[in-house]
Design a protein around this ligand. Structure first.
Ligand code: ZN
Length: 152
């Protein structure tokens, strides 16, 4: 299949549920982690620790865990599909800080998934491409079975 650019991301419903669970467990702090898989298709969630000093509104991944994740990728042949984190008080759109951080990691992954818990009973999962020029493009979240809808 020819790649035309990261306009969509495939996240099975089971993984969407896992993302939301992680976000809720860490609420009110932001959670963070990696979606691993092949190309634009996630097959696994890799949780990371948020070691930021202000975890309620920012996230920083622990560098030792990132190295461990990269080792795991080498062993399993999987790739970074996306970086994910949660917003516990704001909509699921990248903040200025998110965009600045995304530019720094654009060589690793330009796809970012955000779980918003702004409405606690209705978590919303959105995905974005943020390239090295800080251009933000929302991605379609494709899933298996029924299309994912935030209001489900
Ligand atoms: Zn954010």
């Amino acid at each position: 299949m020819q790649k035309t650019g990261p306009m969509s991301i495939k996240i099975p419903r089971l993984l969407i549920a896992e993302l939301i669970t992680h976000a809720m467990q860490d609420d009110p702090n932001e959670c963070c982690g990696l979606l691993l898989g092949v190309g634009d298709e996630a097959v696994e969630i890799h949780r990371m620790s948020n070691v930021d000093r202000k975890p309620i509104s920012r996230y920083t991944m622990q560098s030792g865990e990132l190295v461990a994740a990269q080792e795991k990728l080498k062993e399993t042949g999987r790739e970074f599909v996306a970086i994910y984190h949660s917003h516990t008080f704001t909509q699921g759109y990248p903040s200025k800080t998110d965009i600045a951080n995304a530019v720094k990691v654009a060589a690793i992954s330009t796809r970012h998934v955000i779980v918003s818990l702004v409405e606690k009973s209705r978590p919303v999962v959105r995905a974005f491409s943020i390239n090295g020029d800080a251009e933000v493009t929302e991605l379609v979240v494709e899933t298996d079975g029924q299309p994912y809808r935030a209001s489900d």
